[in-house]
Design a protein around this ligand. Structure first.
Ligand SMILES: Nc1nc2c(c(=O)[nH]1)N[C@H]1C(S)=C(S)[C@@H](COP(=O)(O)OP(=O)(O)OC[C@H]3O[C@@H](n4cnc5c(=O)[nH]c(N)nc54)[C@H](O)[C@@H]3O)O[C@H]1N2
Ligand SMILES: Nc1nc2c(c(=O)[nH]1)N[C@H]1C(S)=C(S)[C@@H](COP(=O)(O)OP(=O)(O)OC[C@H]3O[C@@H](n4cnc5c(=O)[nH]c(N)nc54)[C@H](O)[C@@H]3O)O[C@H]1N2
Ligand SMILES: [Mo]
Length: 754
């Protein structure tokens, strides 16, 4: 049944060949035969005038947040290219971006609301929007009646679409009442807290100014795959004479482009950074000006280093030879400007936050903070000052919610005449399975999933399955039949970026991009906002006043409401309509963050010693913290892959051509010890679960490490990396994001021939 429905109407107007052509035309697939390149160029110049063009912005959770120009003919999206106006996107997309037309018209797209008769059975039946919304609304009303509140309804949302109006999903929840929300992030919170303790905010230099750096350390990040557009600035710096060092347990594509690759023992970044700091201190290569004028606690930090850290100790812990530690410390401290880009992979550890603090300290003590081409680069939210109009919605009159630790009370329980200050119930987003299983009074009964694929991206898949089995109803809003949809009762089809209006900014570069509706909604798909408006209509039909969400279904109206004078001023525009001419860059006095040396910390200075960190249960100084204890033979790393963005893209045919099946990457010596040959099927097992897949024997990984890239393979294989990843917390994240991060790289497993 499901299969039949999926196949109806799935016509992709864009051939595989024309995809290659448009990708090639932008010079991305440089390995393609010259003939195809010429043909593509001819087609583009010959037909340009016949297309209607639109502005779009890639809304995926990615550093690059590319500005896109879309070409539409007869209502059909023909091809896309990177916007030339953005010096960051630079007229090119990544290979995933070029596959967008095939995603929009994929025959596998969810086309209609559907209901599964028996969760997990695969017995799907097409239903109308009216039937779907009636069933969901009745469940919401039933929960409210039974529990006296809506805390039994939870929202599971993360980063499937970062378009600003998509915060309307949170708004939809508020408009129904006080509910249960998963807070925090699985992505980068430990590093966010670290930078907030050190500098009072997470604020990085403009990535385009890395061209000015004389020395660049890319530490625990793989931009050659995960931020492809940043690499051109790194290369330009290299051409101007900069040295590029990459520190990673894996010899990544980024490492392959570096002047020096340093293989570090996983989770030992703190010892390496502290060893560098000790050497810089001994050699008196630190900045007197920065450490005396602009920082607090440098003397304490120096005393800690002298007492506890030697270069030899750091070498022993990190596996990096002492002479290499001395070399990079001296080179870094002597070059100006010098910069460190701390990736997000680095901080997904039980000591990830404090390790980022140790790295920040190296950048700070050498006087590289606040200068162009320098900086402790991690991320920023300086261009995110929208109204969040869609997000901020009022609960219906008389809504009952969470009262701190107290039991839930109803309005009528109040005898003292005061007004209860109710709130949503918040739970750590990285402990979803555990909390569904253990939360009571009331239990979580109805889960609304949007912009998130918990079965693909959350931790301990087996526990998650048990948790989902406990839920009374699961509603998922998505585009493809992934494993989360398979574990849902109702699926609602959502639009792609080309089918709605929104606006996007980045957490890395400083551009803003408009996202226009370029084609009509496909099949019966609706955007998250339209779904919220339709749900509101149905709720009010069934019980007047039960939902406050405005019943506006024109996404353009919502997009317009997100702009304000601050945004206009920052980007030098009069109105959002100026963005129809192309993306705009924030007008900043300097490309350097903290250029005025006014920090957001309590002291207003850079804090080597942070009382705030101590308040949150951490050491004041960025002291060494031992890694999580190994619980199995090999370290398991599950980083991000080139051809997918988490669980997105890899199910698209053209992408699967590049990345057809998963592998476990193992070092030749480790493989030989187990008698495992390249291409053989193996089983990787740990306390959480197991996966069976082929081995790739390669020395890009260290002897004690197994690498399995995360990605959803679109049902062609049941591979799921989350069989091997538990939900252990990282050290930091609570201060700024409300919950600690997840130590997803502190995992271990055994491996055997299958
Ligand atoms: N093992 C392991 N696990 C990880 C990581 C890792 O490195 N290793 N990385 C972690 C990190 S850094 C992150 S950020 C998270 C990401 O986790 P998620 O945010 O869950 O990631 P995605 O797969 O990008 O998106 C989720 C879903 O959103 C859907 N979607 C796309 N557009 C829309 C839309 O407009 N509306 C709705 N309703 N849905 C939409 C997509 O089809 C997809 O199914 O994963 C984390 N999990
Ligand atoms: N193609 C593509 N691009 C993406 C994404 C994607 O899935 N695919 N995801 C986007 C998102 S949501 C994010 S968060 C970013 C992630 O961007 P990155 O942080 O660059 O990505 P990861 O692959 O998670 O991790 C980077 C590196 O950290 C290393 N690492 C792990 N543990 C340690 C350690 O203890 N020490 C050191 N030094 N290194 C360590 C891993 O080996 C890996 O090479 O990329 C974004 N861009
Ligand atoms: Mo992420």
């Amino acid at each position: 049944m499901k299969k039949d429905l999926l196949k109806t109407g799935g016509v992709c107007p864009l051939s595989r060949r024309s995809f290659l052509k448009s990708a090639a035309a932008a010079g991305i697939l440089s390995s393609l035969p010259a003939g195809i390149l010429q043909a593509a160029e001819w087609e583009r110049t010959h037909y340009e005038g016949d297309y209607e063009t639109f502005r779009n912005a890639c809304p995926r959770n990615c550093y690059d947040t590319c500005s896109i120009k879309s070409y539409v003919k007869d209502g059909v999206l023909r091809f896309v290219e990177g916007a030339k106006e953005s010096t960051f996107t630079g007229g090119a997309l990544c290979v995933k971006g070029f596959s967008y037309p095939r995603r929009v018209y994929s025959p596998d797209r969810i086309k209609y609301p559907m209901k599964q008769i028996g969760r997990g059975t695969g017995n799907w039946k097409r239903i109308s929007w009216d039937e779907a919304l009636t069933e969901i609304s009745n469940k919401i009303l039933e929960i409210k009646k039974k529990d006296g509140s809506l805390l039994g309804m939870a929202l599971d949302k993360y980063s499937g679409n970062f378009g600003i109006t998509h915060y309307g999903v949170e708004g939809m929840m508020s408009s129904l009442g006080y509910t249960t929300r998963f807070v925090g992030t699985p992505c980068w919170p430990a590093g966010i807290d670290a930078q907030n303790f050190d500098m009072g905010n997470m604020w990085c230099n403009d990535p385009e100014d890395i061209v000015k750096a004389k020395y660049i350390i890319i530490w625990g990040g793989n931009p050659a795959w995960n931020s492809v557009h940043s690499m051109k600035f790194v290369y330009e710096a290299q051409e101007r004479g900069a040295k590029v060092v990459v520190i990673d347990p894996i010899m990544t594509q980024t490492a392959a482009k570096a002047d020096l690759y340093i293989r570090i023992k996983t989770s030992e970044d703190g010892s390496l950074a502290l060893g560098m700091a000790r050497h810089i201190l001994d050699k008196k290569l630190y900045s007197k000006e920065f450490t005396t004028k602009h920082s607090k606690g440098f003397d304490e930090f120096a005393a800690y280093l002298k007492k506890n850290v030697t270069v030899e100790w750091a070498a022993e812990k990190s596996g990096v030879p002492a002479n290499v530690i001395r070399q990079i410390a001296e080179e870094f401290a002597s070059a100006s400007p010098a910069t460190i880009w701390a990736g997000y992979g680095l901080q997904r550890h039980t000591n990830g936050g404090v390790n980022v603090r140790a790295i920040d300290a190296v950048v700070a003590m050498t006087g590289n903070i606040g200068i162009e081409g320098g900086g402790a680069r991690y991320g920023h939210l300086h261009t995110w000052g929208f109204n969040y109009n869609a997000m901020v919605q009022k609960q219906p009159e008389g809504s009952v919610g969470y009262l701190g630790k107290d039991k839930i009370k109803s309005e009528f329980d109040k005898t003292d005449g005061t007004t209860a200050t109710y709130s949503d119930r918040t739970i750590n987003i990285n402990k979803i399975a555990e909390s569904i299983l253990t939360t009571n009074e009331p239990p979580i009964r109805l889960l609304w999933v949007a912009c998130k694929n918990p079965f693909g991206q959350d931790f301990d898949r087996n526990k998650l399955k048990k948790a989902f089995d406990k839920l009374e109803m699961v509603v998922t809003v998505d585009q493809f039949f992934n494993e989360t949809v398979q574990n849902s009762d109702i699926v609602l089809p959502c639009t792609t970026l080309f089918e709605e209006y929104t606006v996007n900014v980045s957490y890395w570069h400083y551009w803003i991009g408009l996202n226009e509706k370029a084609i009509p909604e496909q099949y019966e798909a609706k955007s998250d906002l339209q779904i919220a408006a339709m749900l509101s209509k149905k709720m009010n039909e069934l019980e007047a006043g039960s939902c406050t969400f405005p019943q506006i279904t024109d996404t353009k109206v919502w997009m317009e409401k997100e702009f304000n004078d601050g945004i206009h001023k920052l980007f030098g525009i009069e109105s959002w309509e100026d963005l129809k001419n192309g993306p705009r860059k924030a007008q900043l006095p300097s490309s350097a963050s903290w250029n005025e040396m006014k920090f957001g910390t309590p002291s207003g200075k850079y804090e080597f010693s942070s009382d705030l960190a101590a308040e949150y249960g951490h050491t004041k100084l960025p002291e060494y913290k031992a890694p999580r204890k190994a619980y199995d033979k090999f370290r398991v790393l599950t980083p991000h892959t080139q051809f997918a963005l988490h669980s997105q893209f890899n199910n698209i045919d053209i992408m699967r051509d590049f990345n057809p099946e998963p592998f476990v990457y193992i070092n030749p010596a480790a493989a030989a010890a187990k008698g495992i040959k390249d291409g053989e099927t193996v089983k990787v097992v740990n306390k959480t679960g197991s996966v069976t897949l082929k081995a790739r024997v390669t020395d890009i990984v260290a002897e004690d490490v197994l690498v399995l890239y995360e990605a959803w393979f679109g049902g062609k294989t049941d591979f799921n990396v989350q069989e091997l990843v538990d939900d252990e917390s990282s050290d930091m994240g609570t201060f700024k994001t409300g919950a600690p991060g997840v130590a997803l790289h502190d995992q271990f497993a055994g491996i055997e021939k299958a």
